[in-house]
Design a protein around this ligand. Structure first.
Ligand SMILES: [Zn+2]
Length: 165
């Protein structure tokens, strides 16, 4: 790879670094792990490979639109956005920084290693307020289909849990 190609890839990564998750603006798309790769094509343009989170999640459309806007704003209008469906996104791709941001935002992050392919049952959620595991699921669907609503039995706070997939 020559320096120009590396420089261009860096510019693309930088342009999308701060794009937030449309559903949880406290974390970025990079935290979420949906941006799989940035490639600079032989014609000098480039493409971004994005794996959608939950199938049918309306956020997918918003994610593409927000990445498009960020690229256009950075003068990278010729960069293509391509969806990659395989392998499917898993909550295991959420970065440690992303998990910490979710917790700070009041959402119990998915446990690493509990994602797709794990044979483990999901354990109790850890309360983002008081760290108690004395929690119960109230509803399989929280504020969005991607989250479940839980309640802490120690501090009585309800909270969203990011579902593991
Ligand atoms: Zn609690």
């Amino acid at each position: 790879m020559n320096a120009m190609v590396i420089d261009r890839a860096d510019r693309i990564w930088a342009a999308i670094a701060d794009v937030p998750d449309p559903e949880i603006p406290a974390i970025t798309l990079l935290d979420l792990g949906v941006v799989r790769d940035v490639r600079v094509t032989s014609d000098g343009a480039g493409e971004i490979l994005i794996t959608p989170t939950y199938t049918g999640c309306p956020a997918t459309i918003a994610i593409h639109a927000m990445v498009r806007t960020a690229l256009d704003d950075a003068g990278l209008g010729d960069v293509q956005i391509r969806s990659i469906l395989s392998p499917p996104w898993t909550t295991d791709w959420i970065s440690d920084e992303g998990r910490a941001k979710l917790r700070a935002y009041g959402i119990a992050p998915p446990e690493r290693g509990d994602g797709r392919g794990s044979l483990k049952e999901e354990g109790p959620a850890v309360c983002p307020q008081c760290n108690s595991s004395n929690t119960v699921e109230i509803s399989r669907f929280g504020s969005t289909p991607c989250k479940a609503l839980w309640k802490c039995q120690d501090c009585s706070e309800p909270f969203d849990r990011f579902k593991c997939i």
